[in-house]
Design a protein around this ligand. Structure first.
Ligand SMILES: Nc1ncnc2c1ncn2[C@@H]1O[C@H](COP(=O)(O)OP(=O)(O)OP(=O)(O)O)[C@@H](O)[C@H]1O
Length: 247
């Protein structure tokens, strides 16, 4: 695998497990600082794609170019129970004064300055996930990969995490690749939404809606309908001529 200074470049990447073709000559670019959400039915290779970008797996064919500084946050926070919060943020880093100061600053950014001496087991799900975000950001990644990071959280916490991610992203400006099953989450956060189907890009949608985005914005309604339709789900849309007529 090669490294590039910033953006992600995926060229003609194929990956299969046994007979199962998971990625099929996939092409995808991500610009520096761009936020791309990946959607797709279960089993379409979203996690496989992240694993290739993380360098945990190699493609059977094709090229993957990623920035050197890249990190992943998963659905589970993956904190180390016997280490306090601050040490979890510094995991794998040298315990220098500078690294400690950076870890404290990252904890303050996610609103957990007062929790640096807490044990992971005493944190709520949302707090633990904020520690995971702090641990990712303290490394100042050029590419931040998020694998369904909010899926296990309750709805209100998830909305708060969206706000937090929005702010962190504006401040740190990594390229972001978010794997999610939540169409509204993708529309709310991403600059671009890519839907995978059978190992290739089925939809590549630029979300040209200013932030903060509301789910009632006409373009959001349109994007939502298109994405749901690609998943085989039809929903009456308020922008449908028929729906307008019925209103
Ligand atoms: N190490 C592996 N060995 C064999 N098969 C695998 C392996 N990893 C993934 N697969 C298969 O590849 C396919 C794609 O898996 P992947 O986890 O990338 O999909 P996904 O889009 O992330 O799915 P989900 O939305 O359910 O998380 C699945 O059919 C899965 O069973």
């Amino acid at each position: 695998m090669s490294t590039s200074p910033a953006a992600v470049r995926i060229r003609q990447v194929s990956k299969q497990y046994g007979e199962k073709v998971v990625l099929d000559r996939l092409d995808l670019d991500i610009a520096p600082r761009e936020f791309v959400a990946i959607l797709g039915p279960s089993g379409t290779g979203k996690t496989t794609l992240l694993r290739l970008l993380a360098g945990f797996e190699a493609p059977d064919e094709g090229d993957v170019l990623v920035p050197a500084r890249r990190t992943t946050v998963y659905q589970e926070p993956r904190l180390v129970p016997p280490h306090r919060v601050l040490r979890n943020v510094m995991l794998g880093q040298r315990r220098t004064r500078q690294n400690r100061a950076a870890a404290r600053a990252a904890l303050a950014e996610v609103g957990l300055a007062s929790h640096e001496r807490a044990w992971p087991a005493t944190l709520s799900g949302g707090e633990a996930q904020r520690v995971a975000l702090a641990r990712a950001l303290v490394r100042e990644p050029q590419l931040l990969m998020l694998d369904e990071p909010f899926a296990a959280l309750d709805a209100l916490t998830r909305l708060r995490m969206h706000d937090l991610l929005d702010r962190l992203r504006t401040r740190h400006q990594p390229a972001v690749l978010l794997v999610t099953h939540d169409i509204d989450e993708a529309i709310r956060l991403a600059d671009r939404i890519v839907m995978l189907r059978e190992g290739r890009v089925a939809i590549d949608l630029r979300v040209d809606v200013p932030h903060p985005r509301t789910l009632t914005h006409p373009l959001v309604v349109e994007y939502r309908t298109r994405l749901l339709a690609e998943l085989g789900i039809t929903e009456p849309s308020p922008t449908d001529p028929l729906a307008k007529e019925l209103a």
